[in-house]
Design a protein around this ligand. Structure first.
Ligand SMILES: Cc1ncc(COP(=O)(O)O)c(C=O)c1O
Length: 385
């Protein structure tokens, strides 16, 4: 089947672009000596997992379901690292059986699961909060005021003063402080992390630099990243992990929708068989305005794109303050509209709000041939409600 014959809405992953992202991430690992894991929270596109398995060392998971998925998709040879803000007792035995590394978020979680985790033989780590971040927005800043994500230096020192053997059994530390950022910001975060926590580095064998590294974005300073990793590996004799999610799926596919109707109310509003709210949530949360293929700055035909839901604000680009899209030719009912860069943090966050259909998942080759497809329908809505 050719790509223009598929039903909409659909997320279409362009295999050659995904492969190029993964090859770059693999080369960062090879050249720096770091172990690169795919953060499933951002990219869990199942049709892409055979490629992830080929290029990366494993996956980082947010809990039981992602850990199960990682093992199922990436096999016994993959590294599975699992971190949750808090683990549930009923999940823990299975998480430990699936994971190589488990990272705890607080002193109480570590104390609660220490014996169980150590007897399971996994590598245990603590997530630390360097309280330094340059994330663009509070909602994406894991190190801001009142953050629940990771132990601050104060919390760590309190735990050690209460129990001198607190760090026994801990083989690594983890931090996550970046969001779509360059290696220059990583360098600044590492300086803060080192200044605060290096006095405890004697007990660890590994350090996880988290995600948020925008490695596959054009202009990212890969050489600086490699030198920072090498410096840490050499200075402290630790293994370094990176766990990018967005960088795996960055600009490697799109969401294609169809125009169902065009209404006029002081603007032309095209109603699509998709939804910003349900299918492109970061356009609402981040917020940002996705590029539409074929739009033209000077175009005379101007449209807003509305979702097929009851939410008045379900308009693409509205939250970013740029809801207007211009084209050189008029849109017609039945036309396809392609929102670029919609593979990461979309599928993993989908909802069936208003009973709207989940977009199908498609893998396409360079010649526009559909290689593989997963179709969704009513069953997904029924089972979730
Ligand atoms: C602990 C942790 N690791 C990795 C990631 C992946 O980040 P990104 O997709 O921005 O690379 C996240 C994202 O929130 C995270 O919370």
């Amino acid at each position: 089947m050719k790509i223009d014959e598929i039903q909409t809405p659909a997320y279409v992953c362009e295999k050659s672009k995904l492969r190029a992202n993964l090859a770059l991430l693999q080369s960062v690992g090879e050249r720096s000596g770091a172990v690169v894991l795919c953060a499933l929270k951002g990219f869990a596109f199942s049709l892409g997992m055979p490629l992830v398995k080929k290029y990366l060392s494993g996956a980082t998971c947010s809990g039981l379901h992602e850990a199960k998925f990682a093992r199922q998709m990436l096999g016994a040879g993959a590294q599975v690292h699992t971190y949750s803000p808090a683990f549930k007792e009923c999940d823990m035995a299975e998480i430990l059986s699936l994971s190589d590394h488990v990272v705890f978020n607080s002193a109480s979680q570590w104390r609660k699961y220490r014996a169980q985790a150590m007897s399971a033989g996994v590598q245990c780590g603590l997530r630390l909060n360097p309280q330094t971040s340059f994330a663009p927005k509070d909602a994406y800043n894991p190190c801001g005021k009142f953050s629940r994500l990771g132990m601050t230096l104060g919390a760590l020192e309190r735990a050690i003063s209460e129990e001198s053997g607190f760090l026994e059994g801990i083989s690594g530390f983890h931090f996550h402080a970046l969001c779509e950022e360059g290696a220059e910001n990583l360098e600044r975060v590492l300086e803060a992390f080192e200044a605060k926590f290096s006095k405890y580095f004697g007990v660890i064998k590994w350090l996880n630099f988290g995600g948020g590294h925008h490695i596959t974005r054009e202009g990212y300073n890969v050489e600086l990243l490699i030198s920072l990793i090498k410096k840490f590996r050499e200075k402290y004799g630790v293994e370094v992990f990176l766990e990018p999610g967005e960088a795996v799926g960055w600009e490697c596919g799109y969401l294609v929708a169809s125009v169902l109707d065009i209404v006029e109310n002081d603007a032309n509003i095209a109603i699509l068989d998709t939804s910003a709210e349900a299918h492109m949530p970061d356009t609402v949360l981040m917020p940002y305005r996705p590029t539409v293929r074929g739009e033209s700055k000077e175009g005379k035909f101007v449209y807003r794109f509305g979702g097929n839901t009851c939410l008045a604000g379900d308009i693409v680009g509205l939250e970013a303050g740029e809801p207007e899209y211009k084209f050189d030719t008029p849109l017609k009912i039945g036309d396809r509209v392609i929102f670029e860069d919609q593979i990461h943090y979309t599928i993993v966050k989908n909802t069936t709000f208003n009973g709207i259909k989940l977009p199908n998942l498609v893998m396409v080759d360079e010649s526009g041939n559909v290689e593989d497809m997963i179709e969704f329908g009513y069953e997904e809505f029924r089972r979730r409600n």
